[in-house]
Design a protein around this ligand. Structure first.
Ligand SMILES: NC(=O)c1ccc[n+]([C@@H]2O[C@H](COP(=O)([O-])OP(=O)(O)OC[C@H]3O[C@@H](n4cnc5c(N)ncnc54)[C@H](O)[C@@H]3O)[C@@H](O)[C@H]2O)c1
Length: 186
């Protein structure tokens, strides 16, 4: 049976709405419970080094700003230098921020930048693999070049960046993994 396109869109919107609503409800309930009764206390990450890829826009920018409010030392990585500078301007001025231009799909460049970060900033404590591209096209509409680019940035880059920081930067252990990000928290 062929499902009408409008119904597919309706289902997608409803599932997004459902996720958002359940998130708000859980957040509200958590707010009402005093923190001493909650199993998880917030971790103090002031002074810790947090690296966010794709920090020049969107979610990466928001995360960088939030981490700076927690007084973390934030390392921004993106291919868009102007975007990263805008992010830096939005961050807590009391928090330290470092900007590195890097295409995360370029393995050699990732290794090179990792070495610089190690020398100039220090060992990374929290890594947020956020850089990615979204292509609104359907699977079969994608050109060969787009498919390769998507795989390089949205898949392979996670191996280069995570491998790099786990091998060369810090003995980091995998704490939490959630799509589309890979969070590595020491
Ligand atoms: N926004 C959403 O609703 C949504 C939903 C599902 C998944 N995601 C994923 O979340 C991540 C962030 O999404 P967003 O909405 O903030 O995207 P965005 O396009 O606003 O920001 C992505 C950032 O990544 C950077 N970037 C892209 N390719 C890069 C590369 N090769 N090297 C370094 N930096 C690169 C871009 O310059 C940009 O600053 C992406 O991986 C996206 O696929 C987003």
């Amino acid at each position: 049976m062929k499902i009408p396109k409008e119904f597919e869109v309706f289902l997608a919107v409803m599932s997004g709405f459902h996720l958002m609503l359940s998130g708000y409800i859980v957040g509200l309930i958590t707010l009402l419970i005093p923190s001493r009764f909650q199993r998880r206390r917030r971790k103090d990450i002031s002074g810790q080094i947090v690296l966010v890829t794709g920090a020049g826009n969107g979610i990466g920018r928001l995360l960088a700003v939030e981490f700076s409010k927690l007084r973390a030392i934030v390392v921004l990585i993106d291919i868009n230098k102007n975007g990263m500078n805008e992010t830096k301007n939005l961050m807590n001025p009391l928090a330290k921020a470092f900007v590195y231009e890097c295409d995360v799909s370029n393995r050699q460049k990732v290794y090179e930048v990792a070495k610089r970060i190690r020398a100039e900033v220090g060992k990374v404590d929290i890594l947020v693999n956020n850089a990615g591209i979204v292509n609104g096209k359907r699977f079969l509409e994608l050109s060969d070049d787009s498919i390769e680019r998507i795989m390089q940035i949205n898949t392979m880059a996670h191996f280069w960046v995570s491998g790099c920081y786990t091998k060369f930067i810090k003995n980091i252990k995998l704490n939490k993994m959630c799509a589309p990000f890979l969070f590595l928290i020491n």
